[in-house]
Design a protein around this ligand. Structure first.
Ligand code: GLU
Length: 511
């Protein structure tokens, strides 16, 4: 029986969404689109102590930026609204009580102090300090207390939690699309709290109940949730929902560029790349963390890069539009082992997208940068500068920082070239060349190059001797785009003014 594909991205709004979380959302999205399914965004905020102001909006904006469209969920609405767990609070408790009724869960009245003592006692005897199928027998709960006392405690308003009653020693088996069969013995698990004393469900209960109520067909999430999966499988069984249990796919970790371990914010700070999609200011400390967007990455380049961090298409192809990713994606081709983040690869992707974007898409990124430098340009000229310079850079804004001379004639002349290449003839040669350029009707690059070479030949000057002084005269820089293309774009009048300023000021310096 095949059921409609319904997947969810279910972040907890405890801070800015990590780039690994964006990848999880992206894989869910690709899978949903590929199978004509539904992509849901659910906010899992049952742990109210860890809520961070602004985090929910940050998540929504990040997904939007990277191109992950939400069909149903927080911020969009849908048939299972609300999609935020704190707003669904009244729905969960009944399931916990049903489990108690069926003998799969129990009330636990232990105080913090009781729990602390239990942990210490177990640790002292070299055992796992867990509330489990063994230790629960010496605690204060509805399995150890007489039924009438349980009733009178509850009627008297005593604080309690509801814990799952795990079978003593039983193998829990489930199939993971990426990892294959996973087998865990309940002896290794503990009796997790399902319902807290304030009536709020824990992550485990809310997650399973919501996946059931929302008809989720596939749970695609990070590897850090793999240890929770056996518990969830048991919950499905105990709640009688086994037939509609979603399939699981636990994604490999995103690893730091070198060594092992999860990619962390600190790696990003240390190695100079963002680990967050958008710039983030911590509301408490005011610390600012850089974002892919603000660094100058294109969202489609980021989506392309992230898709390949853990998923391998059948051929070795690397460049994919979102539509192509949807077409090619499959969970079976997601690897089990962690994927190393590679900064150079990230830059390579962005460069590729920069080279292939229509100029209209680049202009909005370079214009603010131009203004920051106090420079101005019309769009047509700016667009041509972008096309000429983009080959040399990874980010659109670098076009401006590296090519300021395209927008001003007030630049410094590179001192090294001046001291090494400017001999007694240089200014005269440049002035003569300006005369040649002035008489050229056709100012395109080929024509200017020919005129330059002809002049050099007729006058017995080596082109190599004059090429760099010419570049420095018109741009101030020792390197840059092909010099005759640059001259052509600058235009005759500007080039003549530039050469004149160079011959006047450089002569004045060197005499
Ligand atoms: N709320 C969990 C998180 O923050 C979701 C885990 C899951 O997808 O089940 O990642």
């Amino acid at each position: 029986m095949s059921r409609p594909v319904r997947v969810r991205f279910a972040p907890s709004p405890t801070g800015p969404l990590h780039i690994g979380g964006v990848r999880t959302a992206l894989y869910n999205y690709l899978f949903a689109r590929k199978h004509g399914g539904t992509m849901i965004l659910r906010i899992e905020d049952t742990d109210q102590n860890r809520l961070v102001e602004g985090a929910e909006n940050y998540i929504i904006n990040s997904l939007k930026w990277v191109g992950v469209e939400i069909d149903e969920g927080q911020g969009v609405g849908g048939p299972h609204a609300p999609y935020k767990q704190s707003e669904r609070k009244p729905m969960y408790a009944q399931y916990a009580y049903n489990l108690v009724e069926a003998g799969h869960a129990y009330y636990a009245f232990d105080t913090e102090e009781d729990l602390d003592n239990m942990r210490k006692r177990l640790e002292a005897s070299g055992m796992q300090p867990a509330y489990d199928s063994v230790s629960r027998n010496s605690m204060t709960n509805s399995l150890t207390l007489p039924a009438d006392e349980v009733k009178s405690r509850i009627d008297g308003g005593a604080h309690y939690v509801i814990r799952l009653k795990l079978p003593r020693k039983e193998e829990v088996r489930f199939h993971d699309i990426i990892r294959g069969w996973v087998v865990v013995n309940t002896a290794q698990m503990d009796d997790k709290v399902l319902l807290k004393s304030d009536g709020m469900p824990t992550y485990h209960l809310a997650n399973v109940v919501d996946d059931y109520l929302m008809g989720i067909s596939h749970v695609i999430r990070g590897e850090e949730w793999l240890p929770s999966a056996p518990l969830h499988v048991l919950l499905y069984r105990f709640l009688g929902w086994q037939d509609v249990m979603p399939e699981f796919a636990h994604l490999p970790l995103l690893l730091k560029p070198e060594g092992n371990g999860k990619l962390s914010k600190r790696d990003g700070d240390r190695l100079g790349f963002p680990v967050f999609p958008l710039e983030y200011t911590d509301p408490q400390t005011k610390e600012v963390s850089s974002g892919y967007r603000e660094t100058g990455y294109f969202p489609d380049a980021v989506a392309n890069m992230l898709a390949l961090l853990g998923w391998h298409p059948s051929d070795n192809r690397e460049l994919f539009t979102m539509e192509e990713l949807i077409e090619a994606f499959s969970l079976e081709k997601v690897s089990k082992s962690g994927a190393k983040f590679d900064l150079n690869k990230a830059l390579w992707f962005n460069h590729h997208y920069l080279m292939n974007k229509p100029v209209e898409d680049i202009l909005p990124l370079v214009k603010p940068e131009l203004a920051t430098h106090g420079l101005e340009s019309d769009d047509a000229y700016l667009g041509k500068v972008c096309v000429l310079l983009r080959e040399k850079v990874n980010f659109a804004k670098e076009i401006i920082s590296q090519g300021k001379y395209f927008f001003t004639e007030e630049y410094k002349f590179n001192e090294e070239v001046v001291s090494k290449k400017w001999n007694g003839n240089t200014n005269n040669y440049l002035t003569a060349l300006a005369g040649v350029f002035e008489s050229e009707e056709n100012f395109d690059a080929n024509n200017i190059e020919n005129a330059f070479k002809n002049w050099c030949e007729i006058n017995g000057v080596k082109t190599g001797e004059l090429m760099q002084p010419l570049r420095v005269a018109v741009s101030g820089e020792p390197a840059g785009p092909p010099v005759f293309e640059m001259i052509s774009l600058l235009g005759k009048e500007s080039v003549l003014r530039r050469i004149q300023r160079a011959t006047q000021s450089i002569q004045a310096q060197s005499v």
